[in-house]
Design a binder for this molecule. Sequence first.
Ligand SMILES: [Zn+2]
Length: 366
Amino acid sequence: MRRNRVIRFLIGAFAVGAFVGLVSGLAFGGGPGTPRAAVQSGNNSGNTSGPTTTSGEGQTASNEPMTPEMAKTIGANEMGQVLVVMYHLIGTPEAEWTRTPDNFRNDIAQLKAAGYYPINVRDLASGNIEIPAGKSPVVITFDDSSPGQYRILDDGSPDPDSAVGILQDAVKAGNWAPHASFFCLLDVTPKDKVLFGQPDRQQEKLKNLVDWGYEVGSHTVTHLNLKKASTQEAKKQLAQSQATLESLIGSGYQVTSLALPFGEYPAKDSLLKSGTYDGISYAYTAGLSLGASQPFSPFSTKFDPLHIPRIRGSANYLTDAIEYFKKHPDLKYISDGDPTTVSAPLHLNSKLGELKGDLGRPVVRY
Ligand SMILES: [Zn+2]
C-alpha cells in the first residue's frame, strides 16, 4: 500500500529539521463542506470554492438537479477545452522563462476579467471541476520551485511580489480561489531551486500551500530527463520525490501529479502510472508536458491525463490563448456550477471528441 511505504521511507538529506507542526486538519484546503448552490450567477466571490477534494463523491451540490434548461441558460459546455499555463521564474527582467511580478499580476487580472477561475491539476485529471456556473477553468502551474514562486518575509507572510503573494492577494480581492499547482525539485544545483530556497522554511511552505488549497506535485528529485534515464533511475526518482514530498507535507496528503522535466517522456507511460523502487511504490494520475495547445475536457474521449499540454506564461501566450477562446467560444469549457453533473450542448464542435461513456455521473445535454 502507498501509505505504508511513506512511513518506511525517509531521505535524511531532505529532512528539514525537527518540525513542531501546527498542522491544520484541512489537508486539502478550503472549508469543511460548505453548502453551495448548484447554479450560481456569473460573478461570485472567490470564497465559494469549497474543499479541494480529489473526488466529487459525497458532495451535496444542491437539492436542485441540473436540467437542460438550466444548463442552456448558463451556456454550460463541460466538453470544452481547458486553459493550462506554465510558469517558471517569477522575477525580473521578463524573459522566455521569467515572468515579472507585475506581468504575473496582470495575467491573473486578465484571467479574472475573461471569466476564468482556477483549479488544480489533480482536479482537472479527475474531472472534479468545482467552479461557479458560467466560469471557465484555468490551471496555473509552476515548475522548478524557485524562490520567486514562494518567498516568505521575516514576519512570516508571503512576499507580495512572489507568485504565492500575488495569488493570495487575488483571492482576497474576490472572484478567485487559492488553486494552482507547484512542481517541486528536491536535489538540484543551484540550491535555491530546492523547495523554493530558504532552507529553514521549506517544510512550512509545502504545508502552507496544501493547507491553503494549492497542490504540490513532483518534478522528479533532480530534474531528471525521463526519456534519457534508465528505467531504474526513473523509478527511483518517481518514487523518492513522491514519498519525500508526502512525508514533508504529512496529514495523509497524496502527491498525484507530475510535471515532466523538459517535457520529456519515458518510452512507456506505464512507468509513470505506477511502479516500485526499493520497496517504495508510487503512482501518478496526471502528467504535464509542454506544448502550445489546450487540453481537452476530462470528460472527452480525447483527454489524456498523463499528457496534459501547457502554454507558456510569458510573452503573449496567455493573451493569445484568451483571444483564441473568445474567437472560438464553442471550444471553451464553461461550467454548469455543479461538479457532480456533466453538462454540454447536444451539438459539439467535432474537434472536442466524444463524451466518454463511463463517467459515472449524470450527464445533461441541451
Ligand atoms: Zn523544470
